[in-house]
Design a protein around this ligand. Structure first.
Ligand SMILES: NC(=O)c1ccc[n+]([C@@H]2O[C@H](COP(=O)([O-])OP(=O)(O)OC[C@H]3O[C@@H](n4cnc5c(N)ncnc54)[C@H](OP(=O)(O)O)[C@@H]3O)[C@@H](O)[C@H]2O)c1
Length: 316
C-alpha cells in the first residue's frame, strides 16, 4: 500500500509520522509531503504531483489554519482548504483510492444548544470556516458522482500536538505573566493530534494494516467530555504544577472573561461541541474494543499526558 501524507510539518502531520514510525510499515511506501515538495495553493502543481503518485491512501492534514489572517486572505484560504482537497478527491475517485481529510467545528455557527451531529447545517462565521466548509462540500460532490474510491472527513476541534497551540500558549503566559484572563463562554473539546491520528487509522485500516471498506462521509472526531477555554487553561496549569513545573499564575487565579471582552478579527462559534456517536458506532461494528476504548478517552486524560510530556522534555 502506498500512502501520501500532506502537511508533514503541521501538528497532525507530525503525529502521523510518529504513529507510522511506531508501526510495522515500510517507510518506502509512505511519502510525507510539505510545502517545499508541493504548494497546495497551486492547483497545477498539486495535479501534477498527484498524477505522478501511486497513492492508495491520501491523508490530507495540510490546511490554511490562520483563522484571523484568513479574514484578509480569503483567496489563499479557499485555494488550500477547498480547491486542494477537491483535487485530491478527484484523484481518489479516478484511482479508486481512500481519501482521509480533516475539517473543523468552525463550519458551524455555534448557536446550537446541544452537541452538533454530522448532518447539522453548515453555517460558518468566518473565512476560515467558510473555506473548510467549501472543502467538505467539494469532496462530497466529487464522490457523489462516483462509486469508485472512498473518503472520510474527520471533523475535529481545538487540536494540540507538536506545534503552536492554546495549551502551550497558556503555559508560556502562566510562567511569565502576573495575571491571566481566559474566555469562559465558548464550549468545545480539546483534541490531541496523536489521538486523532490513531483514530483515523483505526477507521481506515484493519488488523493486518490493510485498507478496510468503510462508509464514506463525515465523522465527528473528538475525545469525550467538554470544557471551555478557561476550563482548559485551569486544567492545563494544574497538570503542569502536578508535573513539577513552577508557574507564576496558578489555576485558581486564572480569571474567566466573556468572549465579547476579547474581540478577535474572526468570529468563533460559542458552541463547538460535536456528537461522536457515529464514530463510536462505526468502531464498535469493527469489533475491536481497544480501539473503541481509545476513541472514548476523556479529553482531560489526554491533556494531562501531553502536559506531563512537555514538562519531561523541558518544553515548559
Ligand atoms: N489546529 C486546530 O485547532 C484545528 C481545529 C479544528 C480542525 N483542525 C484541522 O485539522 C487539520 C490539521 O490541523 P493542524 O493543527 O495539524 O494544522 P497546522 O499545525 O497549522 O498544520 C497545517 C500544515 O499545512 C501546511 N500548509 C499550509 N499551507 C500550505 C500550502 N500552501 N502548501 C502546502 N502545505 C501547506 C502547513 O505548512 P507549513 O508548516 O509550511 O506552514 C502546515 O504544516 C487541518 O485540516 C485543520 O483545519 C485544526
Amino acid at each position: 500500500m502506498n500512502i501520501l501524507v500532506f502537511g508533514k510539518d503541521g501538528q497532525l502531520g507530525k503525529a502521523f509520522q510518529k504513529l507510522f514510525g511506531s508501526m510495522h510499515f515500510s517507510e518506502a511506501n509512505i511519502q510525507y509531503v510539505g510545502r517545499d515538495q508541493c504548494d497546495l495553493s497551486n492547483p497545477a502543481a498539486l495535479s501534477h504531483f498527484l498524477s505522478q503518485s501511486k497513492a492508495d491512501l491520501i491523508i490530507n492534514t495540510a490546511a490554511y489554519t490562520a483563522v484571523d489572517k484568513a479574514e484578509t486572505e480569503a483567496e489563499l484560504a479557499f485555494a488550500i482548504n477547498a480547491k486542494a482537497p477537491e483535487l485530491m478527491a478527484h484523484y481518489a475517485v479516478e484511482q479508486g483510492a481512500t481519501f482521509l481529510h480533516y475539517s473543523t467545528d468552525y463550519v458551524f455557527d455555534g448557536s446550537k444548544n446541544s452537541f452538533y451531529v454530522e448532518d447539522d447545517s453548515r453555517n460558518p462565521l468566518g473565512i476560515y470556516g467558510k473555506s473548510k466548509a467549501a472543502g467538505e462540500e467539494a469532496i462530497e460532490k466529487v464522490f457523489a458522482n462516483s462509486a469508485n474510491g472512498q473518503y472520510a472527513i474527520l471533523r475535529t476541534s481545538w487540536v494540540y500536538g507538536d506545534g503552536n497551540n492554546f495549551i502551550r500558549t497558556i503555559l508560556r503566559l502562566a510562567k511569565d505573566r502576573e495575571e491571566l484572563k481566559v474566555i469562559n463562554d465558548q464550549y468545545g473539546v480539546p483534541t490531541s493530534a496523536g489521538w486523532l491520528a490513531q483514530v483515523s487509522l483505526n477507521l481506515v485500516l484493519d488488523q493486518q494494516l490493510n485498507l478496510r471498506k468503510f462508509t464514506s462521509g463525515i465523522y465527528h472526531s473528538v475525545p469525550t467530555g467538554e470544557t471551555t477555554w478557561h476550563g482548559l487553561a485551569r486544567f492545563t496549569a494544574q497538570a503542569a504544577i502536578d508535573a513539577g513545573v513552577i508557574l507564576k499564575v496558578g489555576p485558581e487565579v486564572i480569571q474567566p472573561i466573556l468572549a465579547v471582552e476579547y474581540p478577535l478579527p474572526a468570529p468563533r462559534p460559542m458552541n463547538s461541541r460535536m456528537d461522536t456517536a457515529k464514530l463510536h458506532l462505526t468502531l464498535e461494528h469493527i469489533g475491536d474494543m481497544s480501539k473503541l476504548q481509545h476513541c472514548k478517552q476523556d479529553w482531560s486524560d489526554e491533556v494531562r499526558a501531553y502536559v506531563a510530556e512537555l514538562a519531561q522534555d523541558g518544553l515548559i
